[in-house]
Design a protein around this ligand. Structure first.
Ligand code: GTP
Ligand code: MG
Length: 247
C-alpha cells in the first residue's frame, strides 16, 4: 500500500510558508503542518492557511518549541494515525524546489521501502563555505554508515516510509533539533533501510530567515557524529557482513 502525504515543520516562517503550502495544495497531496511553537503572527498565518483548505490541510500545534526533529516526528506520527504510509517532508522556508514534489513521490512509489533523500544542487551563487562546510558532515556520515549510500544527510526535502521511522523511534531517541536530519538517516541505514538519492535545486530561504544557531547547533551536531561513531563501532561486524552479503 502506498498512501503519501506531506509534512511541513514550521517555526516562524510566516513569510515563506504561504507559497510553500500553495504549491503543495496544487499537487493534491494532503498535508500536515506542524506549528513548532511559533510566534502569534506565524501561528495566525498557519490558522488561516488551515481554515482555507480544511479538506487538505491538518494543522498540529506544539505549545512549546521542540526543534525541527520534534516537529517532523509529530508530523509523521499524525500522518501514521491518519493512515498514511509515507511522509514527504519539506522545509517551510521556501529553500526547496516544490516543482520536484511529484518526482520525489514517484521515486517513493517505485521504492516504497527506501528513504528518498534530496541532495542539493546549488547554483554558482552559493558561498564556498556553505558548500564545502557540508563535507565535514558528509565524511562523518560515510564513516558512520560504512558506506557512501547517503549523498547529503542535511537536506530538508525527503520522503520517509512511516513504519520504519516509528519503529526506530520506539527504540532510540533521535536528536530533536538540527541534528535530526542526519541522525535519523544514519540510524535508518544501520537498520538496513535503503536510500535513494534525488538531486534537487536548493536556493536560499525565500524569507531570508535562518534559525540555525551557529554555535549551539554545531556543538549538537558534533556530539551527534561522535555518538554515532561509537554506535557504528558496535555495529561494525553486522554492517560489514551485510555489505559483503549484498555485494
Ligand atoms: N531552526 C529550527 N527550525 C525549525 C524548528 N522547528 C521547526 N523548524 C522547521 O525546520 C525547517 C528547517 O529550518 P531552517 O531554519 O530552514 O534550517 P536549515 O534549512 O537547516 O538552515 P538554513 O540553511 O539556514 O535555512 C523549517 O521548516 C523550520 O520552520 C526549530 O525549533 N528550529
Ligand atoms: Mg532552511
Amino acid at each position: 500500500m502506498f498512501k503519501p502525504c506531506v509534512v511541513i515543520p514550521v517555526y516562524n516562517h510566516e513569510h515563506a510558508i504561504g507559497a510553500v503550502t500553495q504549491a503543495v495544495l496544487a499537487t493534491g497531496l494532503p498535508c500536515v503542518l506542524v506549528d513548532d511553537g511559533s510566534t502569534p503572527q506565524c501561528a495566525q498565518v498557519l490558522d488561516d492557511i488551515a481554515k482555507a483548505s480544511p479538506q487538505q490541510i491538518m494543522l498540529v500545534r506544539h505549545a512549546h518549541n521542540q526543534g525541527k526533529g520534534g516537529a517532523v516526528l509529530t508530523g509523521i506520527r499524525h500522518a501514521a494515525d491518519a493512515g498514511y504510509t509515507h511522509a514527504l517532508q519539506i522545509d517551510a522556508d521556501g529553500q526547496h524546489n516544490v516543482a520536484d514534489i511529484p518526482r520525489f513521490i514517484e521515486q517513493a512509489a517505485a521504492h516504497p521501502a527506501s528513504v528518498i533523500v534530496g541532495y542539493p544542487q546549488y547554483d554558482e551563487s552559493v558561498p564556498a563555505v556553505r558548500l564545502y562546510g557540508r563535507y565535514l558532515t558528509h565524511v562523518w556520515v560515510w564513516i558512520n554508515t560504512l558506506s557512501l549510500q547517503i549523498k547529503d544527510s542535511m537536506c530538508g526535502f525527503r520522503v520517509y516510509p512511516v513504519a520504519p521511522v516509528l519503529e526506530l523511534t520506539k527504540r532510540h531517541r533521535i536528536g530533536s533539533r538540527m541534528d535530526f536530519d542526519t541522525d535519523i538517516l544514519v540510524r535508518l541505514s544501520w537498520e538496513g533501510v535503503d536510500m535513494v538519492n534525488v538531486g534537487t535545486r536548493v536556493g536560499y530561504p525565500t524569507d531570508g530567515v535562518s534559525h540555525f544557531r551557529m554555535v549551539l547547533d554545531n556543538v549538537l551536531i558534533s556530539r551527534m557524529h561522535a555518538t554515532l561513531f561509537f554506535g557504528m563501532l558496535l555495529r561494525a561486524p553486522k554492517l560489514l557482513a551485510r555489505k559483503w552479503s549484498r555485494a
